[in-house]
Design a protein around this ligand. Structure first.
Ligand code: ADP
Ligand code: MG
Length: 663
């Protein structure tokens, strides 16, 4: 196998450009599939090249091409025609085109038609092989499409492409051979073959993804059975100011039943924002403590951990349960005291962030681990924490409703409790799309709400500097400055991920306490934060967020009995209208999955997420289900033991980072 540096035309500059895009080996290049294709099998007539058309067209060169020079520029011009009409073409700074083209030559070209002062022209069209489906790759600055294409073609010919899927498995599921699939994916012989190739590669990723999870988590470990009684569940709920919903009680009973087993619980509690998962977690923790164990609750952000801690003190302390908080940004002395309280068991319930995962934290008697907003945690983190106890019961909570098909693949190793009911008295959040010209009206609305004592969130996609390259993005700091002026004398505050902990918490505390009317934030407030007097959610640059994420955000309001609103700042479109039409998180999630594919489903990359492989752009629920069944079959039927072992090995051998987050 050739190294990239041995490819003709790939000098240090190009190699560096590739590396900057994370392409370091031949395999990287081969596994980077095209993002689209240019179809030269059905070229347009030159007559169909109208202003703005970007397409492949074919015809005869009429007359001798001419080379022009003026104002320090040179260009070649030629006319391409067929029986229906003609179009003029121009090539700038490519004087050699004059010699590549000749009168009556039949050419297939690809380019965009634009209007110039002197008429319509196709500018710098590329010469294409006719009758082909040509791959188009995500751009690599400094390396053009043609060198990429040529390199991939050469590598595909030379490279040994072993199939990670065992041969009998491939045959049984009627999959295209891997080599053929990769060749077809890069250089399709037809669109039908292309579809099959993509399906095969997606299937492979899905099956290996499951194998990776199964390999990482291993068989469900033994745990200490806890003498938890069902009436403890009801006793716990009686201490709350409200009765539980049926769904909450059902989930709590399922958890209690799990904790009685000698096989460790591994349960996901999934429910839409606001369905009340936190009290389910507290119930589980209370059961664990009452049975003599120690419990931990882990949240993805400092803010959320702090909020959970406050609620835990409110809910659990009256039951005589001692709670403590450990986060990564604590001062050393404070942290030492926290570690000691955890190690001695003085804290029966520990709430924290990723900091709970660090080596130096040891628990006295960890029997239950609850992870909030699970999809923010990588599989590996899940197992690291689990490995801290003797072998604790594990429960994870997810507010992102994940379509069932995808959830089975991602979390197939977990039992599921669905909390499919909201506490009574919630009014759905009125959701509106607000185009720029209606901004003034919105400000009036915010003022009116503030006059009634209600508060507003304004969420922005990015913070100041990040947005520098992108004038479209209204950065949080700029928005904050603008709003402070536009809404004066309302009190406007700002929080974003780069602020130091102290400033951030001070601002948030002021908002919780009602001392701010408007809170401008990046998505730090996305998960879990609960401010009952906040009735308005404004989302700047709504187009930049995934639907599931927008749905999460609007769940921040509408937590009290008052009517509440979510305003999506964007030009109206079909995608965003999904949100104005439905409040069902699962429907939103399904739509999001369909529109963006699983790879994008989870939104931003920064969160130590199991990165869904690039190949898995399939939104096809049937394919997800097929891959799930295929893997389950291997796990259930001992005749397939060899295949299963081979798959686990293949999944482990895949370079790290393809399947699991680099956490
Ligand atoms: P999420 O599921 O999004 O984490 P939370 O646990 O934050 O939701 O709950 C949202 C709000 O609903 C909280 O203020 C909580 O006190 C309240 N709540 C939870 N369960 C009930 C219930 N059964 N009846 C009334 N209010 C409830
Ligand atoms: Mg929550």
């Amino acid at each position: 196998m050739r190294a990239l540096s041995e490819l003709k035309g790939f000098g240090p500059k190009r190699l560096e450009a590739l590396q900057r895009r994370g392409i370091c080996t031949a395999q990287d290049l081969i596994e980077r599939l095209p993002t689209g294709y240019r179809d030269t099998t059905h070229p347009l007539s030159p007559a169909q090249m109208t202003e703005g058309t970007q397409a492949c067209f074919a015809g005869f060169v009429t007359g001798k091409p001419a080379l022009h020079r003026a104002r320090g520029m040179q260009w070649v011009s030629a006319t391409v025609a067929d029986e229906c009409g003609r179009v003029r073409c121009m090539w700038f700074n490519q004087p050699w085109m004059k010699d590549r083209l000749f009168d009556t030559q039949h050419v297939t070209l690809y380019g965009r038609c634009v209007r110039k002062k002197t008429g319509l022209f196709v500018i710098n069209p590329t010469m294409e092989e006719p009758g082909q489906i040509v791959p188009v790759y995500a751009p690599v600055p400094g390396v053009g499409q043609k060198p990429l294409r040529d390199a991939v073609r050469l590598l595909l010919e030379e490279y040994d492409l072993p199939d990670p899927l065992p041969a009998p498995f491939v045959a049984r599921h009627n999959l295209m051979a891997r080599r053929e699939a990769l060749c077809e994916a890069h250089f399709p012989t037809g669109f039908e073959a292309l579809a099959r190739a993509k399906e095969r590669l997606a299937f492979e990723e899905l099956v290996l993804f499951q194998a990776a999870i199964a390999g990482a988590s291993g068989p469900r470990p033994q745990a200490q059975p806890l003498p938890v009684q069902d009436d403890w569940v009801d006793a716990f709920f009686e201490t709350l100011p409200f009765p539980p919903t049926c769904a909450q009680r059902r989930a709590a009973l399922e958890i209690a039943a799990d904790m009685r087993q000698s096989r460790a619980m591994a349960r996901m509690v999934q429910g839409d924002v606001g369905c009340g998962k936190t009290v389910i977690a507290f119930c589980a923790l209370a059961l664990c403590v009452r049975a003599g164990g120690q419990g931990a609750l882990m949240a993805p952000t400092e803010i959320l951990a702090a909020q959970h801690f406050r609620s835990a003190v409110e809910t659990l302390a009256p039951l005589g349960i001692s709670c403590g908080l450990l986060t990564g940004k604590m001062a050393a002395a404070e942290r030492r005291r926290a570690r000691e309280a955890i190690a001695t068991g003085a804290w029966q319930v520990v709430i924290g962030t990723h900091a709970l995962l660090t080596q130096d934290v040891t628990f006295a008697n960890l029997q239950l681990v609850v992870t909030d907003e699970q999809h923010r945690f990588g599989v590996r983190q899940r197992t690291t924490l689990a490995s801290k106890g003797v072998s604790p019961h594990v429960m994870v909570m997810s507010a992102t409703p994940i379509p069932r098909s995808l959830s089975l693949v991602l979390y197939g190793d977990l039992d599921l409790s669905l909390v499919d009911e909201l506490p009574p008295g919630r009014t759905p959040v009125h959701t509106r799309i607000v185009p720029e010209e209606k901004r003034e009206g919105l400000y009036g609305f915010i003022r009116a709400e503030a006059a009634k004592g209600f508060q507003t969130y304004v969420v922005c996609p990015l913070v100041g500097e990040d947005a520098k390259d992108d004038p479209d993005v209204r950065s949080a700091s700029a928005v904050c400055a603008a709003l402070t002026q536009a809404l004066a004398p309302l009190r406007v505050g700002l929080v974003h991920g780069r602020m130091n902990k102290h400033d951030k918490e001070e601002t948030l505390d002021r908002f919780y306490a009602g001392k701010l009317d408007v809170l401008v934030a990046t998505t730090v407030i996305e998960v879990g934060v609960n401010v009952p007097r906040a009735t308005v959610m404004v989302i700047e640059g709504a187009e930049r967020f995934g639907l599931a994420q927008l749905h999460q955000l609007r769940g921040r309001v509408g937590r009290g009995a008052q009517e509440s609103w979510c305003f999506l700042m964007a030009e109206p479109n079909e995608r965003l209208r999904t949100l104005t039409a439905t409040h069902d998180g699962f429907a939103v999630a399904q739509k999001d999955l369909e529109l963006r594919g699983a790879g994008e489903f989870f939104g931003t990359r920064q969160h130590g997420e199991p990165q869904m492989p690039a190949l898995m752009l399939s939104s096809d629920s049937r394919l997800l289900a097929r891959a799930r069944d295929a893997f389950l079959e291997l796990s259930k039927d001992p005749t397939f033991e060899a295949e299963r072992t081979a798959l686990l090995r293949a999944a482990a051998a895949r370079r790290s980072g393809v399947f699991l987050a680099r956490n």
